[in-house]
Design a protein around this ligand. Structure first.
Ligand SMILES: [Zn+2]
Length: 135
């Protein structure tokens, strides 16, 4: 009986511990949390894994939900050649899926478009684009 109680307590503990493993894009993820907070969201308690990988075709980012912690895979080759704004919009897009549950939108000029925004457009319209992401 004692052993059983201990196992249950351990289970409860492990289900409360946050899983946070961000091995690339940590600055962009932090910025996403801050933009969320400015708009009244606290997403820091969510589990999150962000890791580099090799994605096929022209896919540069992937969010996987269900069965485990929300997991973002970023194409490592793209990441290495991307500029700061491209990295930011990619991480914001994937976290839009993984933490905000947002699907793709038809609008090509939105963070949740299936196509990566150009860094110049993103830089020039950042506040409005991020407002729309958290709407
Ligand atoms: Zn997407």
């Amino acid at each position: 009986m004692k052993a059983k109680a201990f196992a249950l307590a351990l289970l409860a503990l492990s289900s409360c511990a946050r899983i946070y493993q961000v091995s690339l894009g940590a600055d962009e993820v932090e910025l996403f949390y801050r933009e969320a907070e400015v708009r009244g969201y606290n997403l820091r308690d969510h589990d999150l894994i962000v890791k580099p990988g090799t994605l096929s075709g022209n896919t540069i980012g992937l969010c996987q939900l269900g069965g485990g912690p929300p997991t973002v895979t970023i194409d490592a080759e793209f990441w290495d050649t991307a500029d700061a704004d491209e990295r930011e919009v990619l991480v914001f897009h994937e976290l839009g899926h993984c933490l905000l549950d947002r699907p793709h939108v038809d609008d090509h000029l939105a963070i949740m478009s299936s196509y990566l925004l150009s860094s110049s457009y993103y830089a020039a319209n950042k506040t409005a684009l991020i407002d729309e992401l958290f709407r």
